[in-house]
Write a protein that binds this ligand. Structure first.
Ligand SMILES: Nc1ncnc2c1ncn2[C@@H]1O[C@H](COP(=O)(O)OS(=O)(=O)O)[C@@H](OP(=O)(O)O)[C@H]1O
Length: 312
């Protein structure tokens, strides 16, 4: 088996479904803490681009290339014409910084990032802002944060936890939603994550804060925003091509992107590229769940300053 291959999923099942534990105030699993010294001491570079999201907000990266949408857009903007690059799965093109899946890979996220031959390096993280390695701030690296409304994010994360054998068991939807409201998810509370990064943006100008809902409403406009932020003079034709290539249906068909080859993701339970919709929460939340959620949301987000759209 090479560095980038996985064992057959059937043979892996007994050793997976890890426990979640409190790590410096945030729920994580060992897959994100086993390499912590190297994560903490990771040496960022001034031209690095860190793509940060709460899980399932549309960014997609090690064997587990996720935060897919914006990673793929950035990858195409920088390396779309480099066949060498685009023939690799996106998990290898955009390393997942804190990941360390020792059972499945001999290479950690930090090693993969250190070995990246490209410049700039595109690096993905799901860490809450306070756990990001300090060298990113010291080097003034660019950061693209992508946020998704809490309701759709909860639904998407629930289905992902059902199909991802390296995440804790999600249980049923009702109890999952309760845990989500209490912040008991891998990578911690959605509320703290989106608010913490929003807060950081105030003191760190080298960050673009994007919304899944905006990408969904007008992908071309958001590609333009990314180009402005990054100082790219990509041609109109190229931007149009990229915008077309990153639509949900096109990405769902692309096996280098859609993760069907990652053995611990069981796409028979739920596909990685599931629905990609704004407002899908309506087909999951009961009236009672929605009322409960709105109450908790109001309370937890009252001082955050960031607003979301739950439909477009
Ligand atoms: N191009 C495009 N258009 C619309 N929606 C898209 C797109 N790319 C990714 N997605 C949706 O984003 C969700 C996955 O988020 P991530 O890629 O951040 O997942 S991960 O945290 O990295 O595993 C997941 O959302 P759900 O379908 O609602 O589950 C993906 O379908």
């Amino acid at each position: 088996m090479t560095d980038h291959e996985f064992p057959d999923v059937a043979s892996m099942k007994p050793c997976i479904r890890p426990d979640m534990f409190d790590f410096e105030g945030v729920f994580l699993t060992r897959f994100f803490t086993d390499n912590w010294e190297n994560v903490k001491n990771f040496q960022a570079r001034p031209d690095d681009i860190l793509i940060a999201t709460y899980p399932k907000a549309g960014y997609s990266a090690i064997k587990n290339p996720r935060t897919t949408w914006v990673s793929y857009i950035l990858d195409l903007l920088y390396f779309g014409n480099d066949e060498n690059q685009t023939s690799q799965p996106i998990v290898q093109r955009v390393p997942f910084l804190e990941s360390c899946f020792q059972e499945f890979s001999t290479i950690s996220g930090t090693e993969m990032a250190d070995n990246l031959p490209t410049s700039p390096r595109l690096i993905k993280t799901h860490l809450p802002v306070q756990l990001v390695p300090k060298s990113f701030w010291e080097q003034n690296s660019r950061v693209v944060y992508v946020a998704r409304n809490a309701k759709d994010n909860a639904v998407s994360y629930f289905h992902f936890d059902r199909m991802n054998m390296v995440q804790p068991e999600p249980g049923d939807w009702d109890s999952y939603l309760d845990k989500f409201m209490q912040g008991q998810n891998v990578f911690g509370s959605w509320f703290d994550h989106v608010s913490g990064w929003w807060q950081k943006k105030r003191s760190y100008p080298n960050m673009l804060y994007m919304f899944f809902e905006d990408l969904s409403e007008d992908t071309g406009r958001e590609v333009n925003r990314l180009c402005s932020f990054l100082g790219l003079s990509t041609s109109v034709q190229e931007k149009e091509k990229i915008t077309k290539g990153v639509q949900f249906d096109a990405m769902k068909q692309n096996t280098l992107i859609n993760h069907v080859t990652i053995p611990f993701l069981d796409c028979k339970i739920s596909p990685f590229m599931r629905k990609g919709k704004v407002g899908d929460w309506k087909s999951h939340f009961t009236v009672a769940q929605n009322e409960r959620f709105d109450e908790v949301y109001k309370q937890k987000m009252k001082n955050s300053g960031v607003t979301f759209r739950t439909e477009i």
